[in-house]
Design a protein around this ligand. Structure first.
Ligand code: ATP
Length: 233
C-alpha cells in the first residue's frame, strides 16, 4: 500500500531524514520507533506531503511525491499529527464534520459521526463543547475520530500517547486497536516502543535519520540492543 524510497528531508543545512526506504502492506501495522530527534515525525509529515522532501512515495502503486497534500485524504490517507491539531474554536461535532470535508454523502457522514461517538463515548458527551477546552486525552481521541471521518485506508499516527495519563493511554490505544481490527493499515510513530510493538506486526527503528532495523515486533521485543535502547532494560 505504501512504498517509500530514498526519502530525504532537509531543514536548511540539517538533513533530518537521510534516504530511508519503508514498505507497508495492505492491512499491516508498522511501528516507527526511535529516540527523540531521530526523524520519525519528519518521515510521517513527508509521506503526507506536509513537508518538502525528495525521494519517492507510492500509495497503491501511484507516485504521490508531488501530490498536493489535500488530495491525499481522498486517496485514503489520513495523518493524525503530533500535538493533535484539533480546530480549537470549533465544537467536537464540527471537528468531526471537518474530517469528512472530502465527502459529500451527508447521510453516511452522519452515520459515521455516530460510529465515532460509539467508539469514543467521551466525545459524544462533549459533542457541543469547544475542542480547545477538551483535556489532552480527549483532544487525542478527537484527532483520531476526525481522521476516521475521512474513512482512511492508511492511517499515519504521530505519538498518540504523548502527554497522556496511563489510563488515557490505555483508552486511546484501545481505540487504535479497534480501528486496525477493522482492517485500516497503520503506520504508527510512538515514543513508547513497547506499546507500539504490542499493537503492530512489525517495527522499524530510526536512528539519526536512518532506518537501521526492521523486523517483526516479537523479534524486536526480544532483541537485546532494542531492549536496552528503547524498552528501558
Ligand atoms: P521526537 O520523538 O522528539 O518528536 P522525531 O524522531 O519525531 O523526534 P523529528 O521531529 O522528525 O524527530 O526531528 C528530526 C530532526 O529534525 C531533529 O534534529 C529536529 O531538531 C529537526 N527538525 C525538526 N523540525 C525542524 C524544523 N522545523 N526546523 C529545523 N529543524 C527541525
Amino acid at each position: 500500500m505504501l512504498q517509500v524510497r530514498q526519502l530525504e528531508v532537509h531543514y536548511g543545512g540539517i538533513c533530518a531524514v537521510k534516504g530511508i526506504d519503508l514498505d507497508v502492506a495492505p492491512g499491516e501495522k508498522v511501528a516507527l520507533i526511535g529516540a527523540n530527534g531521530a526523524g520519525k515525525t519528519s518521515t510521517l509529515k513527508a509521506i503526507a506531503r506536509m513537508l518538502p522532501a525528495s525521494g519517492e512515495v507510492r500509495l497503491d502503486g501511484d507516485d504521490i511525491s508531488q501530490a498536493a497534500p489535500h488530495t491525499l485524504v481522498g486517496r485514503g490517507l489520513a495523518l493524525v499529527p503530533e500535538g493533535r491539531g484539533v480546530f480549537a474554536r470549533l465544537s467536537v461535532r464540527e471537528n468531526l464534520e471537518m474530517g469528512a470535508y472530502v465527502r459529500h454523502d451527508s447521510s453516511a457522514i452522519a452515520a459515521d459521526i455516530e460510529r465515532v461517538f460509539g467508539m469514543l463515548p467521551r466525545l459524544k458527551e462533549r459533542a457541543a463543547q469547544t475542542a480547545g477546552t477538551l483535556s489532552g486525552g480527549e483532544q487525542q481521541m478527537l484527532a483520531i475520530g476526525r481522521a476516521l471521518m475521512s474513512r482512511p485506508r492508511l492511517l499515519l499516527l504521530d505519538e498518540p500517547s504523548m502527554g497522556l495519563s496511563p489510563i488515557m493511554v490505555d483508552t486511546v490505544f484501545g481505540v487504535i486497536r479497534d480501528v486496525v481490527r477493522e482492517g485500516v493499515t497503520l503506520l504508527l510513530v510512538e515514543q513508547n516502543a513497547r506499546l507500539a510493538l504490542s499493537v503492530c506486526d512489525r517495527g522499524c527503528v530510526m536512528e539519526s535519520g536512518r532506518v537501521t532495523l526492521c523486523a517483526p515486533s516479537a523479534e524486536l521485543l526480544d532483541n537485546p540492543a532494542v531492549r536496552a535502547a528503547y524498552l528501558g532494560e
